[in-house]
Design a protein around this ligand. Sequence first.
Ligand SMILES: [Zn+2]
Length: 182
Amino acid sequence: MLARGFKAEANRIVTEVRKEIGLSPFDALDPHKLALHLDIPIIGLSEFLNEAPAVHHLLYTESTVFSAITVFSGSRRTIVHNDAHVLSRQASNLSHELSHGLLLHPPTPALDNIGCRHWNQDIEDEATWLAGALLIPEATALAIAKGKWSVSSAALRFGVSCAMIRYRLNATGAKKRIHRAS
Ligand SMILES: [Zn+2]
């Protein structure tokens, strides 16, 4: 569940961050540029192939198993991500991890002391929401709903999947708002 007021807060962060890196809502956001701006290094999983050949499995055999993770050294973040995924998926994975950073989410242990995966759903929901808003801001979703771009041409332009465009059209209520106005 997203806390009351979180969506407005996310929109504020998106406007601020896009301005800082010189992007209008209609420009594609390159997560690598944002990472550079936030001083968060990004490492591709393929860089570990030589030292750890087992990585090959995560890259090519079962690539859906691993998307991205933020590794902490003190309060310093580094993102390790699966660079074998298609670029649109990488954009979504990286934006999700960068959103954890923008929201200053604290490190959470990946596994608890009995080896179960630790998962904080509220924090994940926030990062997922902000990631979508960074890639497809509300103004962009509205423009798409108004027909400025088709779903597939918007996906190409913004470097995301068609599923991401549809998700943002629904999540922002852009489609409904257009209907109501017409
Ligand atoms: Zn997450």
